[in-house]
Design a protein around this ligand. Structure first.
Ligand code: XCC
Ligand code: SF4
Length: 636
């Protein structure tokens, strides 16, 4: 029996989302919330992580307490082993996503050097030189291309299997490196750790849950200090280092009078070219003769964040807004690369005049228009894409267009470089604010949306709770859009912050929540933590910091969570991964990792309780560092 659809109010906190959910129902477009209903309740065995399909003697599923005795799979694997193996592969999936994205940037850098990417340039020359020096490349007296070639080689080498440690492990505080050595989790090669995880979890290999989980940490570290960090740093080198700028956010950025192209996915390589093509005078003229007043590029998810951070394009929405953006009826084309793109967008686009254009051979969607994008032919292909969007404009049905809200102002484009520049070249002013207690600590709120929660309720709720407690928030991934819509990404947002933080925001003219980029840019966060720890002569796990992903959904989010924990940053998550069928694995995640890494996971679906727990730990860490914490006592 079909259930009555839930009222849109309960599904999202946003006006633009609610209106589009209602319109989707009217227009007959199925959304993520409809399908979530259909999939509920979930299979208990899967939810607990107690199913195994790793071989063909199975599939097997373990009842937690069959006759008081732990059941085993056909091969003899118990619940702990099965849960750990599943979790390990989950982390490997996430690390692979970020890292294969990073690899694409190396390929572009190499293509630039070899003259195979004529339309791309190295915009971040200064950063190229700095990173080259950091990684031991000779810089003086050499050309940009020579240096870039060597850096590309060093990055490629990090993907292999012949090194003792990845290049950027040199950024990790010494005490932390010692911990990694002690537990044998120093990441050696990005592809290597991922492949080893697949190997270990084959039938008959790593049959000790703790051992598997330690390798999961190593795999995640290869992502954070490897694949993701390469993704971030090389994107900065090729497309420029983000610097603060203004933009706008929500579905209101879609323009009724223009050809709207939304870029979606994660990698800036395609979307930067689409943006450039859309600015070409002949393209604009073509759009005009089609009856539009111009061409508007808007962002979705992390490709949006990449272009927002560097080029200031407006942001249409985050993960759960992607289908709804199409429902406005005013989107001519959605151009995607990879990751987090719901396959349903093909069907949603087919309900309107919208062209759904895929560009990566790694991410084909049945029913989509595919343009096999290559850096060599980028400009022509980007023009082709923009042309397709312009042609689609004629098919727009004005009667079905509804743009549901007015956009909200934001400030974006924070990076460690930008932060340092704002602070006058040194972290000292920031550290002084921490020491005085004006800023009590830092929290990076990262990641996704998940229909298990009212859309963005936790992302926004937690951010507001933390800034109230004088905890400066860094946001990445889909949380940035939520924070922006809530008015937290502008300096005026400091009105919602505690007194101490508000004063710091005012004196630096910064928002209480800093837009720190896309998901791969969480590498900026761990790097910053490393720099702060070094400046204080301590380890990351001693700092008053947190990571949090309240509404996470993806494998990548778990990889991020685990590399943060293994780097010494405790991590709050709103829902547990599929591990709760094993007491051993769950205890390790919640407590045991603390003994190993000085940080562990907190699972808490209620943002108020999460904020209180995060606050308490920040308070304790301050005291251990020898700092006072009057504000902490005031609020709890
Ligand atoms: Fe994807 Fe990066 Fe999550 Fe958003 S935040 S839903 S992973 S787009 Ni990374
Ligand atoms: Fe079953 Fe073991 Fe095969 Fe998994 S690896 S499916 S538990 S027999």
């Amino acid at each position: 029996m079909a259930n009555q659809p839930k009222p849109a109010e309960g599904l999202s906190i946003w006006k633009d989302a609610r209106k589009m959910i209602d319109k989707a129902r009217k227009d007959g477009v199925e959304t993520v919330w409809d399908r979530f209903e259909q999939q509920t309740p979930a299979c208990k065995f899967c939810e607990l992580g107690l199913t195994c399909k790793n071989c063909n003697m199975g599939p097997c599923r373990i009842s937690p307490k069959k006759n008081g005795k732990m059941q085993r799979g056909v091969c003899g694997a118990d619940g702990d082993v099965i849960v750990a193996r599943n979790f390990g592969r989950f982390v490997a999936g996430g690390s692979a996503g970020h890292s294969d994205h990073g690899r694409d940037l190396i390929e572009v850098l190499e293509a630039i050097v070899e003259g195979d990417a004529p339309e791309y340039k190295i915009k971040g020359v200064e950063k190229l030189r700095r990173i080259a020096r950091e990684t031991g490349i000779k810089v003086d007296g050499r050309s940009v291309k020579e240096i870039a070639k060597d850096l590309a080689d060093i990055c490629f080498a990090d993907f292999g299997s012949r090194k003792k440690a990845l290049a950027f492990v040199s950024r990790v505080p010494e005490k932390r490196q010692e911990i990694w050595e002690k537990f044998n989790v120093v990441p050696r090669g990005i592809d290597r750790e991922i492949a080893e995880m697949m190997h270990r979890t084959h039938m008959g290999c790593d049959n000790d849950a703790v051992s598997t989980l330690l390798h999961a940490a190593r795999t995640a570290l290869a992502d954070g200090w490897g694949g993701s960090m390469i993704g971030t740093e090389l994107s900065d080198i090729v497309f420029g280092v983000p610097a603060p700028s203004k933009s706008r956010v929500n579905l209101g950025v879609i323009r009724e009078d223009q050809v709207n192209i939304l870029v979606h996915g994660h990698n800036p390589v395609v979307s930067e070219m689409v943006l450039a093509a859309a600015g070409a005078p002949d393209m604009i003229a073509r759009a005009r003769s089609a009856g539009a007043s111009g061409i508007n590029i808007g962002g979705l998810c992390c490709t949006g964040n990449e272009l927002l951070s560097r080029q200031g394009i407006p942001m249409a929405g985050n993960h759960l807004m992607t289908e709804l953006a199409i429902v406005t009826g005013a989107v001519e084309a959605v151009v995607v690369d990879y990751q987090c793109i719901m396959p349903s967008m093909v069907q949603a686009a087919a309900c309107y005049h919208t062209r759904f254009i895929t560009t990566s051979d790694k991410a084909r969607f049945t029913g989509a228009d595919h343009i096999s994008f290559s850096p060599k032919t980028a400009a022509a292909q980007a023009r082709e894409i923009v042309g397709m969007a312009i042609d689609a404009f004629a098919g727009r049905d004005e009667g079905r267009v509804e743009i549901p809200d007015e956009p909200v102002d934001i400030v974006c484009g924070f990076s460690n470089e930008a932060l340092l520049e704002m602070l006058g070249g040194s972290l000292d002013p920031l550290l002084d604010a921490v020491k005085s207690g004006a800023i009590r600590g830092f929290a990076a709120i990262v990641g996704c949306n998940n229909p298990k929660f009212q859309h963005d309720s936790q992302n926004v709720g937690l951010a507001k709770e933390l800034i109230k407690r004088d905890i400066l928030v860094l946001a990445t991934g889909c949380v940035t859009t939520a924070a922006g819509k809530a008015g937290l990404l502008v300096p005026e947002g400091a009105k919602m912050a505690g007194e101490g933080l508000a004063k710091v925001c005012e004196s630096l003219n910064i928002p209480p929540v800093l837009h720190f980029g896309s998901c791969v840019d969480n590498s900026r966060v761990i790097h910053l933590c490393g720099m702060i720890a070094d400046a204080l002569g301590t380890d990351i796990s001693d700092l008053p910091v947190w990571g949090s992903s309240p509404e996470w959904y993806s494998e990548k989010a778990v990889a991020i969570g685990l590399y943060c924990v293994a780097s010494g940053i405790p991590v709050h998550i709103g829902t547990p991964p599929h591990i709760t069928g094993s007491k051993l694995v769950t205890d390790l995640a919640l407590n045991g990792l603390e003994e190993v890494f000085g940080a562990s996971f907190l699972v808490e679906p209620d943002f108020e309780k999460a904020a209180a727990a995060m606050d308490a730990r920040i308070s304790a860490k301050r005291l251990t560092l020898g700092l006072t914490d009057p504000a902490g006592e005031g609020i709890n």
